[in-house]
Design a protein around this ligand. Structure first.
Ligand SMILES: Cc1cc2nc3c(=O)[nH]c(=O)nc-3n(C[C@H](O)[C@H](O)[C@H](O)COP(=O)(O)OP(=O)(O)OC[C@H]3O[C@@H](n4cnc5c(N)ncnc54)[C@H](O)[C@@H]3O)c2cc1C
Length: 432
């Protein structure tokens, strides 16, 4: 025990299995994937997480490996359609008046990021990292013996209104997604959807080159197992703050214990801003909150191999996990600790009933924080103030999709080797 405390107090000097050490703050998918890749790059790695997995966005998301999401949501198109997307107009985007102090400055930055030149640059950056996402996941699940927990079987987008169906199919089929592709759903696919859905689709698109995680917790468990078996240390606790002295960062726990390492990675999802604000220039991160309801299924209720189905007119998606059918929706621009809005769960229940989600034996409810920056591009880079401080957060709607490639990019940063894609567009310096 004493030896462990010593190791924890000064990871850099303890040097248990390697000459160099890494400390990862945050055990969501981004932190867990990065910890594994840092470990494999030769660092004696410790991961610390606050401990309640339900806090993490990685716990309750839709598990969709979304290689089709190649354009940043900070766009003129989003701004022009905002009036239709507002929660008050029946859409998913909520701006609670009580949280105006959070979403107004964020919104102004989003508007600036939607300007054509920044949008074009953002699109190139997002497309590059999204194209690398699934291949990186295949490498990672191969490495940890979890190939059965990722399935690249595409997904459907279904529309119920003729006008939105025609426009949606046309736009999807005309888009160059890079890794993913879209085509109109064929008759067999429409018949299969018709067997399970209570709605009559006016049109549907089948994506290929996208996928899903079969069981989010099982995959995180496998990552943890591989990390621990290779000597990784996992700690439960909160880093209260980072301190920088003479160009080096160290992490301080709530009890005052200091953790030192050759590389410290901030991968705290929506909480990353709390750690970096005041240290790293502007970090305009917002909690873009989403809601889910889980319906516990029996085997016969919903086919195991049914891909995720997104409902274009409802801005909701359903994903078949091992024992549950999950519906997620809403983008509530808010604060991490703001009160939950139970009307959104009720609305999800209504959507679920309308589209034909079985009633199941029980439904559970969850809310979580997407870590979103105003240009909808993740932040992956090295601190300007401390040479040993790295960051990887701000993965917005795509944190599961991008976790494995982010892990590889973080390892390239830490080892000073050439990353598979240029990292300049993801640097926090873009916010000044
Ligand atoms: C409803 C919903 C649906 C979504 N669907 C999808 C989807 O289908 N596909 C997809 O790719 N993405 C999806 N996302 C987005 C995705 O969930 C997130 O982008 C992703 O989980 C972020 O991962 P992360 O590891 O960065 O953060 P998190 O998963 O939030 O993990 C951060 C962890 O860091 C810990 N932490 C933070 N600060 C500290 C500290 N100071 N000390 C110690 N620990 C700390 C937290 O406790 C937490 O465990 C969805 C999100 C929501 C809300």
């Amino acid at each position: 025990m004493e030896a462990l405390q010593e190791l924890v107090r000064d990871l850099a000097s303890a040097r248990p299995v390697s000459d160099t050490t890494a400390l990862v703050i945050g055990g969501g998918f981004v932190g867990a994937a990065a910890a594994r890749r840092l470990q494999q790059a030769g660092f004696a790695t410790t991961l610390i997480d606050a401990g309640d997995p339900a806090r993490a966005a990685s716990f309750g998301n839709a598990g969709h490996l979304a290689s089709e999401q190649v354009t940043p949501l900070a766009s003129i198109a989003t701004l022009l359609s905002l009036h239709r997307r507002l929660y008050s107009a029946g859409g998913p985007a909520a701006f609670p008046p009580r949280d105006i102090g959070a979403w107004l400055p964020f919104g102004l930055r989003l508007i600036a990021a939607a300007a054509p030149a920044r949008y074009e640059a953002g699109s190139r950056a997002l497309k590059a990292i999204v194209a690398a996402a699934l291949p990186a996941w295949h490498r990672l699940v191969g490495d940890i013996g979890a190939t059965d927990l990722i399935r690249e079987q595409g997904h459907f987008v279904v529309w119920e209104k003729h006008a939105t169906a025609q426009a949606g199919i046309r736009a999807a089929c005309a888009t160059d997604y890079g890794y993913a592709a879209a085509r109109p759903a064929n008759d067999d696919e429409l018949a299969m959807l018709g067997r399970y859905l209570a709605i009559q689709p006016a049109g549907a698109v089948r994506f290929t080159g996208t996928g899903q995680v079969i069981d989010l917790q099982a995959l995180r468990g496998k990552l943890d197992d591989a990390f621990r078996q290779a000597g990784g240390i996992k700690l439960t606790g909160k880093i209260a703050r980072l301190e920088i002295t003479d160009g080096r960062a160290r992490a301080v726990r709530a009890d005052g214990t200091t953790l030192n390492a050759d590389h410290i990675l901030v991968a705290g999802g929506a909480w990353s801003g709390e750690l970096l604000r005041g240290l790293e220039g502007s970090v305009p991160l917002i909690a873009e909150r989403g809601y889910h309801i889980d319906t516990t299924l029996s085997e016969a209720d919903w086919p195991r191999d049914m891909p995720p189905i997104a409902f274009g007119d409802r801005s909701a998606i359903i994903t078949r996990f091992a024992n549950t059918l999950r519906m997620t929706s809403f983008t509530e621009f808010s604060r991490i600790d703001a009160p939950v809005d139970p009307r959104k769960w009720a609305k999800l229940d209504a959507h679920a009933d309308a589209v034909g989600v079985p009633k199941g034996s029980a439904r559970t409810r969850w809310i979580g924080n997407r870590p979103t920056l105003p240009d909808y591009i993740p932040a992956i880079g090295r601190s300007r103030k401390a040479g040993n401080l790295l960051y990887a957060f701000g993965h917005q709607h795509l944190g599961v999709t991008l976790a494995a490639i982010t892990g590889e990019l973080v390892a390239a940063l830490a080892t000073n080797t050439q990353p598979s894609i240029p990292l300049a567009p993801y640097d926090l310096q873009r916010f000044g």
